[in-house]
Design a protein. Structure first.
Length: 415
């Protein structure tokens, strides 16, 4: 009984810390955007996207491995995980300095090595994360990870508030990334119950890589499918336009993702139970998800332009039509949570991969929109068309896959 009570308290704190972390992320972004202005904020967004790309292309899913594998609690196994994580951090740091900096110099985007050195240091810090907090999560102890992440967000927000008083260049945003990464790593060691060890064990490393290889391959696909609109914005828009467009997306993206995570955590066990007991389609989950998406689109169209100016300042003012299209696009992306949630409940994970692959089509539509219409309006319309097609495909693929699963389950009964 005491253990159950502890687990419930840990779950509540994890949800509260997630809400606070998302709120701090939005607050931090607003502070930086207001202080830097659209142009410098746009340049900062380019570097943040570069860091996200490198993280996704080298994502080995080590935390998922520790959670999922039967030997995730084994000390020798976790020591090997630490070894691989450290080398991953070193690899990203090397790529940033050896490839990222020369590439940006060649494109005449940035000539100073300082931003790349800061990002390299942030990646290096994360490489030495202690995975004992993930091990404790196996026993439903969510407090170490949640507390560490929340403290990192608080420190990063405080760092941003101090730095914008002294500097108004895009480098401020990168210093904040370093502060958050370093704090998260330190907290992972503070909340650990076991000592930190590095060790290379060949049999364990083979097991880890067998698990991680599909994730390494899937990482770039997920990045390009999720960031197609922002990548096109980096290529086609000026730094000033990029800053304004990024702010408009961020204001709706952050709360929508928080709500989607919350609904997923609530409804996944419910949907899975309904599937096992009655083969239900998760109609209530679909109603809630699609209803939330509709409310989100209407609400952002009505209040979005005013909210952008309120939170980010007059320099980020954007036409109502562009804001409305951005809101509708993000709402369509949110609505895809219905199909992916059902696929997880049915164990039909290939459908999620197929739907994510389809979202790669967003980039060509964005480019076509900029070419035919021009500017932020063309980019927004292109993203809307691409996201709508991805949603239609996701619904079709989901219904087709679920129908085949139901038929397969009915065959034994008919016999």
């Amino acid at each position: 009984m005491k253990m159950l009570r502890r687990q419930l308290q840990g779950s509540r704190f994890a949800l509260l810390s997630l809400v606070l972390a998302q709120g701090l992320t939005l607050l931090r972004s607003m502070l930086i955007a207001r202080a830097l202005g659209p142009e410098q904020y746009g340049i900062a967004a380019t570097f943040i996207l570069l860091q996200a790309f490198l993280d996704s292309t080298s994502d080995t899913g080590l935390n998922k491995f520790v959670l999922a594998t039967a030997r995730g609690h084994n000390q020798r196994m976790i020591a090997t995980v630490h070894f691989i994580s450290a080398w991953r951090g070193l690899l990203i740091a090397f790529l940033l300095m050896a490839i990222g900096w020369p590439a940006f110099v060649a494109l005449d985007v940035e000539t100073s090595p300082l931003p790349f050195a800061l990002l390299a240091a942030a990646s290096l810090c994360l490489g030495f994360t202690h995975f004992d907090g993930v091990r404790q999560q196996r026993a439903s102890n969510l407090l170490p990870l949640s507390s560490g992440n929340l403290i990192a967000e608080i420190i990063a927000t405080g760092t941003a508030a101090l730095l914008v008083l002294m500097d108004q260049s895009f480098v401020v945003a990168i210093y904040v990334i370093l502060a958050k990464s370093a704090t998260a790593t330190v907290m992972s060691h503070v909340f650990a119950r076991r000592p930190y060890r590095l060790a290379f064990d060949r049999p364990n490393s083979r097991v880890i890589w067998a698990y991680a290889l599909p994730l390494v391959i899937n990482g770039p696909l997920l990045f390009f499918s999720a960031q197609a609109e922002r990548l096109t914005a980096v290529v086609t828009l000026s730094a000033q336009q990029l800053g304004v467009y990024t702010a408009a997306i961020l204001l709706i993206y952050t709360p929508s993702q928080l709500l989607l995570r919350f609904l997923g955590s609530i409804y996944l066990p419910i949907n899975a139970r309904e599937v096992r007991e009655s083969g239900s389609h998760g109609r209530h989950f679909g109603f809630v998800t699609l209803g939330s998406a509709l409310a989100m689109a209407v609400g952002y169209a009505v209040a979005g332009p005013w909210l952008i100016v309120l939170f980010f300042g007059k320099a980020y003012q954007l036409d109502w039509l562009v804001v409305s299209i951005i809101g509708l696009t993000q709402s369509l992306r949110f609505a895809r949570g219905w199909t992916s949630g059902l696929a997880l409940a049915y164990g039909h994970t290939r459908q999620i991969l197929a739907a994510n692959s389809m979202r790669l089509a967003v980039a060509p539509f964005c480019l076509a929109g900029v070419w035919l219409i021009g500017g932020m309006l063309g980019l927004a319309i292109g993203a809307l068309v691409g996201e709508a097609l991805a949603l239609v495909y996701a619904i079709w693929s989901s219904q087709r896959g679920l129908a085949s699963i139901r038929v397969a389950r009915q065959k034994p009964e008919s016999r």
